[in-house]
Design a protein around this ligand. Structure first.
Ligand code: CTP
Length: 398
């Protein structure tokens, strides 16, 4: 299950940190690539040398090395990880995670990570029972983290109660069980398009649109979490994606068409979330167009409809999903796109809904499937919308 996976272990300053030597060993034995980030206090309980020797990688704990001046890129670390495990997680670290505080490398990495995060708390029994800790753990759960509950037993204080970090062997079993449940798309190839396309007018100008690409990128991240092999064909965006996503950067509708057709045949699930330009200049001026008259006419020709072209050659076992952004006659227009482009379902964004569509962190969708079933969803974060879309996909695969 862990073979070839990138596991990032965050170690914080509690006595249970000494057990992470065994945790690193077990992950390594299971075939994972493992890197460790330690908080400054964690180094009082287990040495970086122990963990770097066992993991086979340098241990990270500071943003920049005093001697070499080298910077540890927390964003890269977060994106490298397929799984982030924070063990032991002290009450202090749990409090910071729940409130978005970011005063060390581990917290910056946590805030940058897009992968599933597992948290194994360890603290004294009264700290574990405290309302603040309970509230913080609840917050972590509602943010999508998985808590590996602490155990009853003898604690470092000499008291007996709940607060011991779960044993490394059981941490591994719990993560494994969770992944088994969640990996519903293992072995599936997913192709996603995202972002706008830019259609060049001359060397310095283009026709584009306001798509941020966020919806497509969230879909790609969700597909990875479900165990799929993901290719993301992306128009120009400011977004970054996890390292396990195969990113194909394109600019124009033509390039997107070609990239999609290079991958469509081997894909099981194809989702087209890109806002592709419908028209492109008939000619691209090789020189910058000079200002001349009061008006300028640029002749445009239509681009190929990528989604419709895939619909035409789609195999029976392939699942094809499109998007429709509408301002009026939403359901009618979306249904007509669903039929014309031969889709399994279409995700409708209505610009009439506040907080939906381009440029928002949220989206409000309806899904119309080829059986004419219409499902309406509430306004949600784009990450939760991606989950709804994959739940629909999984229900159709069954
Ligand atoms: N699409 C595509 N290639 C195009 C245009 C659109 O693949 N050249 C895809 C989009 O990625 C989306 C779906 O088709 O999944 C619908 O896009 P949309 O712009 O809403 O519809 P159009 O078919 O372009 O129709 P219109 O712009 O007239 O609403």
């Amino acid at each position: 299950m862990f073979s070839g996976k990138n596991i990032l272990l965050g170690v914080t300053g509690g006595i249970a940190a000494y057990k992470t030597a065994n945790l690193v060993r077990l992950f390594k034995k299971s075939g994972a690539n493992i890197q460790v980030v330690m908080t400054p206090d964690a180094k009082e309980f287990v040495t970086p040398l122990t963990l770097s020797t066992l993991s086979g990688n340098p241990v990270h704990s500071v943003f920049s090395d005093d001697e070499t001046g080298e910077w540890t890129n927390h964003v890269d670390l977060g994106l490298w990880a397929d799984i982030l495990v924070i063990a032991p997680a002290t009450a202090n670290t749990i409090g910071k995670m729940a409130n978005g505080l970011c005063d060390n490398l581990l917290m910056a990495t946590y805030l940058s990570a897009k992968c599933q995060v597992f948290v194994a708390p360890a603290m004294d029994l009264d700290m574990y029972k405290h309302q603040s800790t309970k509230k913080n753990l609840k917050e972590l759960i509602s943010n999508g983290n998985i808590i590996i509950d602490a155990k009853e037993g003898e604690l470092a204080s000499g008291l007996v109660g709940k607060g011991r970090m779960e044993e490394p062997e059981n941490i591994i079993i719990q993560i494994e069980n969770h992944l088994k449940e969640g990996l519903l798309l293992t072995g599936k190839k997913v192709l996603i398009t995202a972002g706008p396309t830019y259609e060049q007018i001359d060397p310095v100008r283009f026709i584009g649109n306001n798509s941020s690409g966020k919806m497509g990128y969230e879909l790609a991240e969700k597909a990875v979490k479900l165990g799929a092999n993901v290719t993301l064909v992306s128009g120009p965006t400011n977004l970054i994606s996890s390292k396990s996503i195969k990113l194909v950067d394109v600019r124009s509708a033509k390039q997107m068409y070609e990239a999609v057709h290079n991958h469509q045949e081997t894909s099981d699930i194809i989702i087209m979330a890109a806002a592709v330009a419908d028209y492109t200049p008939e000619f691209v001026n090789s020189e910058k167009i000079k200002k001349q008259d009061n008006s300028l006419q640029i002749k445009l020709k239509s681009t190929s409809d990528i989604l419709a072209s895939v619909g035409l050659i789609k195999k029976e076992n392939q699942l094809l999903v499109g998007f429709a952004l509408e301002t009026n006659n939403e359901i009618e227009n979306a249904k007509s796109k669903l039929e014309k482009k031969k889709l399994d379902f279409i995700v409708l964004n209505s610009l009439k809904n506040k907080g939906a569509g381009f440029g928002h962190e949220t989206n409000q969708i309806s899904i119309i499937d080829k059986y004419n079933k219409i499902e309406e969803y509430e306004l949600k974060s784009k990450s939760d919308v991606a989950s709804d879309i994959f739940n629909k996909i999984i229900s159709l695969l069954k």
